[in-house]
Design a protein around this ligand. Structure first.
Ligand code: DLZ
Length: 180
């Protein structure tokens, strides 16, 4: 499923929601553009939504995932360490919130939130020396989508072999319990 470069070769046509935090907008706009470009190049449709800051990302992701309209919901944000503990509190709660959602919903939910000590570090990760992490975030969503597609294809075969192991044939399954 992966090329030597580590990129998923399976590119299912998919519908993507991009949720972009406006805090540190000069950074998040570049990340979002990278993510959107990557999705569109793969033939996916993209709808873009905005929230005030990274704190609002998990709530927005949950709302969008609940609609059932999207194969992937991709949060984009940028947290930069300040002089108060705010950064650590936000970084932890946003990360935990998004992780929890990614385990709860069947749609692909990658992590597109930069957590940087300095603005310069963020800039280097938004189209600078460290690349564009928005593109990488979208690629991560592709991998999850490809995995989902693979598992969905494998599921019927897995059920058949499990049934065969337990001696249950489809004929037996079709009989009503009373006639067994
Ligand atoms: C309040 C705040 C601070 C201090 N720093 C950031 C940040 O670096 N990146 C970010 O995305 N948002 C920040 N916010 C805003 C919060 O995420 C949130 O939007 C507000 O507290 C309103 O709920």
């Amino acid at each position: 499923m992966k090329t030597p470069a580590g990129r998923s070769t399976v590119r299912p046509k998919a519908s993507v929601a991009l949720v972009v935090a406006r805090w540190n907008r000069e950074i998040t706009d570049v990340l979002a553009a990278g993510a959107e470009r990557t999705a569109k190049e793969a033939g996916m449709s993209v709808e873009r939504f905005g929230v005030a800051g990274s704190f609002e990302l998990p709530a927005a992701v949950a709302l969008l995932a609940d609609t059932g309209r999207f194969d992937a919901v991709v949060p984009i944000g940028c947290l930069i360490r300040g002089e108060t503990p705010h950064f650590d509190v936000l970084a932890r709660s946003v990360t935990d919130g998004l992780m929890q959602l990614s385990l709860t919903y069947p749609c692909a939910i990658p992590f597109g939130v930069l957590t940087c000590d300095t603005y310069e570090q963020a800039r280097q990760r938004a189209g600078g020396t460290e690349g564009n992490k928005g593109e990488e975030t979208m690629e991560a969503a592709f991998d999850l989508l490809a995995l989902r597609q693979m598992v969905a294809k494998a599921a019927p075969a897995a059920r058949r072999s499990a049934a065969a192991r337990s001696g249950v044939t489809s004929a037996k399954r079709r009989r009503s319990p009373g006639k067994a």
